[in-house]
Ligand binder design. Structure first.
Ligand SMILES: C[S@@+](CC[C@H](N)C(=O)[O-])C[C@H]1O[C@@H](n2cnc3c(N)ncnc32)[C@H](O)[C@@H]1O
Length: 268
């Protein structure tokens, strides 16, 4: 079956001005229309320079819409332009497929309708965090949760793994219209963490600079102080690992190895 006329490419700008990849820039320049969900005014102006047919999706926030309604309106807008036969480039900040609903949804629906649709990777907040905080996910592993999903579900909390809570600044916000933590949500998160971490375990609120030269926020504080820490919608909470996991001695035995044999794998 040949693909229908009309195509979607989804790209990300990265977090900071300067993160835009060459392939993303080329796609923006060649598109018939660029649909941009970019809160950063400097980047939004730059997109307009790259392609004057750039339209902002940011006005779909507000107007009494909940966040899911806004995401649905964005998805539909993207699909409409592709169905009109255009080569559409939609641009989101960071990596366009990391904690972003409309991009995945538009691709899924367009493919089901017989259109070409794909995503290019971008630099996410997590990538910036690894660089700024000197964290290598290979050391302890790293698990990412959307903070509200973490709050609502029964998940094991593993103190041997680095944990990131995304969207901590709107954790437990159940009206889906406000941009602050919901009542008591931070206290419940603190209590969840206290089941596995001591009160003096140091956490970090991280906010990568979106313009080079502006400061990156890296605020370390003890878990006991979580309730007094100010957050923004673009804050990420880092919970470093507390301890190392136990070796699986039965597996080592099966392999004819001892813990001493493994010293070279883990100099730390
Ligand atoms: C809707 S998600 C978008 C993530 C984005 N697509 C990315 O690739 O990083 C928003 C969440 O990403 C994280 N985030 C976005 N910008 C950030 C920044 N400048 N510094 C730290 N975390 C950020 C926060 O957890 C925020 O609540």
């Amino acid at each position: 079956m040949t693909a229908k006329k009309g195509e979607l490419v989804v790209v990300g700008t990265g977090i900071s001005f300067g993160h835009l990849t060459m392939e993303a820039k080329a796609q923006i320049e060649r598109a018939d229309i660029v649909l941009a969900a970019i809160p950063n005014g400097v980047m939004a102006d730059y997109l307009l320079q790259l392609n004057p047919q750039t339209e902002s999706l940011m006005s779909l926030y507000g107007d009494g819409r909940t966040r899911p309604q806004t995401y649905e309106a964005m998805t539909q807008r993207i699909i409409d332009e592709v169905q009109a036969g255009k080569y559409v480039c939609t641009v989101f900040y960071g990596h366009p497929g990391v904690f972003v609903t409309p991009t995945h949804e538009a691709i899924r629906r367009l493919r089901a309708l017989g259109y070409r649709a794909r995503m290019l990777p971008g630099i996410s907040a997590e990538d910036c965090l690894f660089a700024d905080l000197g964290i290598d996910p290979s050391d302890n592993g790293c698990v990412s949760y959307e903070a509200t999903a973490f709050l609502f579900s029964r998940r094991p909390i593993d103190p041997t793994v680095t944990m990131l809570l995304w969207q901590i600044g709107i954790v437990g916000e159940c009206t889906l219209t406000e941009y602050a933590p919901g009542p008591n949500a931070m206290r419940v998160i603190q209590n969840m963490l206290l089941t596995q971490f001591p009160p003096d375990h140091r956490l970090c609120i991280y906010e990568a600079a979106s313009i080079p030269g502006l400061p990156t926020r890296i605020d370390w504080f003890p878990l006991a102080d979580l309730l007094s820490i100010a957050t923004k919608p673009y804050s990420t909470l880092l919970i470093p690992a507390l301890c190392l996991p136990e070796f699986a001695s039965e597996r080592l035995a099966e392999l004819g190895l001892s813990e001493q044999d493994l010293a070279a794998f883990s100099p730390a």
